[in-house]
Write a protein that binds this ligand. Structure first.
Ligand code: C5P
Length: 214
């Protein structure tokens, strides 16, 4: 295995970045690809009560254990397997179990704030920002948080207005400037996905050629 290609897919909550990342993942399944979600690296909060955990600002860069994410990325790039944490959105903390992730040729990093930390950003070959209007993002978030994350409508709306929206404007939106590619409306933008996968294959090939000759 040569040096892997690292692709970052950032964007606000509900932007469709997970769909973009999963579509890319699907296109590379014949090759060797792995996906690392920044959500898995929310800090462990098992030392706090559930009430205290519910009060945490999960949209601030401090909420993430970027040191561990960076370390895991370095390990994968170095050809070593990692034990990726698993996050529980209902209990607001890390689970006891982890999942083993083997090193692969293509690494997709997906998450709201992955372009915010320069150390992680600098390890990416392609930086993508999925840019979706705020009304679409909040509608998607309401549906998802109620269906999948055990939340009430009231709590989703309050959290959005008091935390998610201001943090988006302060921390996520400004990282758009670091992106190589801005994908409007995320999700199933076929043209953008095809362009991205062609570029990823090119870089993969280049790295494999360099690997052969070094
Ligand atoms: O998948 P997505 O990028 O939307 O996940 C990030 C969002 O999850 C953040 O906007 C944050 O508000 C929310 N979150 C939460 N409760 C947690 C951890 C994160 O509502 N315990």
């Amino acid at each position: 295995m040569g040096h892997p290609v690292v692709i970052g897919v950032a964007g606000g909550s509900g932007s469709g970045k997970t769909t973009v990342a999963r579509e890319l993942f699907r296109q590379f399944q014949n090759d060797s690809v792995t996906m690392i979600e920044q959500d898995s690296y929310y800090k462990d909060q098992s030392h706090l009560s559930l009430e205290e955990r519910a009060l945490t600002n999960y949209d601030h860069p401090f909420a993430f254990d970027n040191d561990l994410m960076l370390h895991h990325l370095q390990e994968l790039i170095g050809g070593r397997a990692i034990d990726k944490p698993i996050y529980d959105f209902k209990l607001h903390t890390r689970k006891q179990e982890t999942v083993r992730v083997e090193p692969k040729d293509v690494i997709i990093l997906e998450g709201m704030l992955i372009l915010e930390d320069a150390r992680i950003r600098d390890m990416m070959d392609i930086k993508v920002f999925v840019d979706t209007d705020a009304d679409v993002r909040i509608v998607r978030r309401i549906v998802r948080d109620i269906e999948e994350r055990g939340r009430s409508l009231d709590s989703v709306v309050n959290q959005y207005l008091s935390i998610v929206r201001p943090m988006h404007l302060q921390f996520i939106e400004p990282t758009k400037r670091y992106a190589d590619v801005i994908v409007p409306e995320g999700g199933y933008n076929r043209v953008a996905l095809d362009l991205l996968s062609t570029k990823i294959r090119d870089i993969l090939l280049e790295k494999q050629q360099v690997g052969k000759h070094s």
